[in-house]
Ligand binder design. Structure first.
Ligand code: NAD
Length: 795
């Protein structure tokens, strides 16, 4: 049996090797990062008088990779501190150290011969039982293992990460016939639970799943574009969010990936398949010219698009000149934009015969669906693996078979048949059997079609789907903004579902009702949801309207009720675990701070950003962030309240938002008792487990104590900082006004240093400041700007 992975080594510190090492560090695994020894000195090295024998020279490649990790954006490291877990070395001096690790990942150049040589050396030094894997994009895994020992082969498999490894969810696992099934099962669980990936089992075929279908779809798109005389910009304007794909659509994605990488991947299939399929992977001449010209995309400064001053120009693939970007704005596109949801948009588009955009999309989508259908069994066991691979690897909202269901299987197949397209027999058989969709749900369980009948979609037991839970069990309570659901095992879930999950009166009311219900009938409560973001704050539009109408009485009441609901939550007799993920801003952060415990997704971007709209937090966030930092200090140590208040002041005044849950901990939004979940799909499960364990431990709410504050001296210190920033022109007069109010609230007003005050007093100060700011024209202008433009106004 395989070892448990406690230490790892990555061979090759290029784009992927360094990214994988960073992600291993993110999950706390000490990692050795090795690369080849340079054969020549750089000028700087010569100047320092170093020789090729100098350690710094010999480890240069891996060391440089480490430096890049600290600078790269988006950050590969969840916390800069994690870099300490990566140790660098080289293939000559440190290779023997591979005997110390439990998992060796190869990420060297994509050449079979090079990889085979590396593995031959690995075989000599690895300890028995050590797992070895390749990150190849598409070379045969079995071919790489040829000639290796039996123990090596038993522990060898493909682990295909996508770039960048921290952010792209997909991990394809590719066993060979020799791989021990226990090793495969272990790696699947390890990938999901520890690395937080979406693991898909793939077969050892060229490019595995996502890149096989993705490359095919891309080349179909290029050919259809050329045949129909569409422009690069026109194609991108309809192949992005309109059809449930990322904003970068088709060609912008290619620019990011790099044309050289893409062509390499496409050629790998071209060389390994025959007939019609081979032709489909032939790269068009103009793309070869681009490659020859070095127009590789972002990394070379130009590709399908180029930035000229403020403008983005698109490549005209006939003249090979750049020209202004065009968009497709046909009647079908306009109608689709009005339609609600991706399924409705797609239906509007793909059946719009004669419409230029509709025709293009149908001609891209139909062959891609049919291609995916032909490959079931060959590249993956079932349609589920293919759908998941495309969603997790390419950021598609729906995989091919889900999309097919969305446009209607029977209707689309009729259209395909009318056009003389070749339909795989398993699909015509399926329809003849009366099965008219690839997926169906029954009693909250999801089934997929496989020849012979529907089968249950098997998932990690930690994956909870709120939608399916509601289908199966209904809801306990519900209003327009939130629902209370039974999560099972006597734990309830409060789900926000207002637009953008913004907090309004309805959500506040449901917080109160949820607490009552939970205290009567449940062991505890989870607050979480599965929207795009946990919560982007309070309902700004509603607040602005009230402020402009000078309904200060209503505003005061709304803020007071929000404060009281969160206070009630904080002291609730049963545990409340809040499960933030992605954007958790303003009120979303305040809800989190009031929890008995936070269970945050690793990718949580939390912050009290009210200053950006001319306000300060109004739901107790000021005091809670302060108290949280205070409570994180051990009892009995000398506490400097001014320093603590000043740190909180800086976080709120600068509207700092964490770039990960680890960073949220550094900012003080999370403490050592709060949990972090690597796999976002497991978040609700782990939040529920946290509730259960607190309940079992005999949960007691915190004791309501008075809070010692920094008082007048704290206020003066915070103010001084703000004033000097104002005088040096960093902040505006209105910023200074907001800063003063914030400082006053955090200091606890005009009281002597160290005075212990009641929480209600702090809430009153906060509410007063909040209401005075919302009446300010400049604050209202900031709110308006945020609502219209989506970004802060500096006034
Ligand atoms: P890269 O060019 O950035 O890095 C390649 C690494 O191999 C470098 O560290 C280099 O020093 C090392 N190397 C070069 N020659 C070597 C030799 N003779 N012996 C040993 N090491 C040598 O490449 P990359 O993009 O990081 O790709 C690495 C692997 O990951 C490849 O197999 C690639 O197909 C795969 N992959 C790449 C991507 C991607 O998007 N870039 C995505 C998934 C998988």
């Amino acid at each position: 049996m395989a070892k448990r992975i406690r230490r790892a080594a990555v061979l090759g510190s290029g784009v992927m090797g360094s990214g994988i090492a960073a992600h291993l560090a993110n999950v706390g695994i000490p990692t050795l990062l090795l690369d080849i020894v340079p054969r020549e000195l750089t000028k700087e090295e010569e100047a320092k008088g170093w020789t090729l024998e100098h350690k710094q020279v010999r480890n240069r490649l891996a060391n440089q990779a480490l430096e890049r990790l600290l600078k790269q954006k988006p950050a590969p490291l969840m916390s800069k501190d994690n870099i300490a877990l990566i140790e660098t070395g080289n293939f000559e001096d440190d290779f023997h150290r591979l005997a110390e690790v439990d998992w060796i990942i190869e990420a060297v150049v994509e050449k079979l011969e090079v990889k085979k040589e590396v593995f031959a050396r690995v075989d000599e030094v690895r300890a028995p039982g050590t797992i070895v894997s390749s990150n190849t994009s598409g070379i045969s895994i079995a071919a790489m293992a040829e000639g290796r020992s039996d123990d090596f082969k038993k522990h060898f498999l493909g682990t295909h990460f996508f770039n960048p490894p921290r952010y792209l969810k997909l991990l394809e696992i590719i066993p060979t016939e020799h791989t021990d099934p226990e090793v495969v099962a272990y790696m699947k669980t390890f990938g999901e639970d520890v690395l937080g990936k979406g693991v898909v089992m793939a077969k050892d075929t060229p490019n595995f799943i996502a890149n096989r279908i993705g490359t095919y779809g891309l080349l179909v798109t290029v050919r259809e574009m050329m045949q129909g005389g569409y422009s690069v910009g026109e194609v991108d304007s309809v192949t992005g969010p309109l059809i449930g794909r990322p904003k970068s659509a088709t060609f912008r994605t290619l620019d990011v990936v790099g044309l050289d990488t893409f062509i390499h991947v496409a050629n790998n299939v071209y060389e390994n398949v025959d007939g019609e399929e081979k032709e489909a992977f032939r790269v068009p001449e103009f793309m070869k010219t681009m490659l020859a010209n070095g127009w590789l995309g972002s990394k070379s400064g130009q590709g399908f698009f180029v930035k000229q001053g403020k403008d983005i120009l698109e490549l005209n693939y006939v003249t090979m000149q750049y020209e202004p970007r065009k968009k497709l704005a046909t009647p079908a596109v306009e109608m689709a934009k009005q339609a609600k949801g991706t399924a409705a948009k797609l239906q509007t588009l793909v059946y719009a015969d004669g419409d230029r955009a509709g025709t293009l999309l149908w001609n891209i989508i139909a062959p891609t669906l049919l291609y995916a259908a032909r490959l079931v069994g060959e590249i993956a066991d079932d349609i589920v693996a293919i759908d998941q691979a495309m969603k997790w690897g390419f950021g598609w909202e729906q995989g091919p078979f889900e999309l097919w269901d969305a446009i209607g299987l029977e209707k689309s197949v009729r259209k395909m048949q009318a056009e003389g397209r070749d339909i795989p027999s398993w699909i015509t058989d399926m329809l003849a059997d009366g099965a008219t969709s690839f997926y169906k749900t029954e009693n909250g369980r999801l089934f997929y079609y496989a020849p012979g009948g529907y089968k249950t979609v098997e998932e990690n037991e930690k994956v909870i789907h709120i939608r399916r839970l509601k289908e199966a069990r209904g809801v306990i309570k519900k209003n327009a903004g939130a629902s209370l659901i039974d999560l099972g095992d006597d734990v309830a879930l409060l789900e926000f579902h207002s637009p953008n999950n913004a907090i309004g009166a309805d959500i506040v009311q449901m917080i109160n009702e949820a607490l009552e219900e939970v205290n009567r009938n449940y062991k505890g409560l989870v607050i979480g949801n599965q929207g795009k973001n946990f919560c982007v704050g309070a309902n700004l539009a509603m607040m602005l309207m009230e402020a402009q109408d000078e309904n200060f009485f209503e505003l005061e009441l709304a803020v007071r009720q929000f404060q009281q609901a969160l206070l009630k939550m904080k002291y609730n007799p049963k545990p409340v675990v809040v499960a933030p993920f992605a954007m958790t801003l303003g009120g979303g952060a305040e809800v989190s701070l009031a929890a008995s415990r936070i269970q945050a997704a690793a990718e949580t971007y939390i912050g009290l950003v009210e200053v950006g709209v001319g306000l300060i937090p109004g739901g107790g966030g000021n005091k809670e962030l302060y108290i949280k930092q205070l409570n994180s200090l051990p009892n009995g140590v000398d506490v400097d309240y001014v320093k603590i208040a000043a740190k909180v002041f800086e976080t709120i005044a600068m509207a700092k938002v964490s770039t990960s849950a680890a960073e949220a901990r550094e900012l003080g939004f999370l403490n050592h008792r709060d949990g972090i979940t690597m796999n976002g799909d497991h978040l609700l499960y782990e939040a529920k487990q946290a509730v259960l364990s607190m309940y079992e431990e005999g949960y007691r709410p915190p004791v309501r104590k008075k809070v010692p504050v920094a008082g007048e001296s704290g206020y003066a210190a915070m103010l001084l900082g703000a004033q000097s920033m104002f005088h040096s022109g960093y902040i505006s007069e209105h910023d200074l006004k907001i800063a003063k109010k914030l400082a006053y609230v955090l200091a606890g007003g005009k009281v002597p240093y160290g005075t212990a005050v009641d929480e209600q007093y702090l809430l009153d100060l906060e509410r007063e400041a909040f209401l005075s700011l919302i009446g300010e024209p400049k604050t209202q202008a900031r709110m308006q700007h945020m609502l219209v433009k989506g970004k802060p106004l500096r006034n």
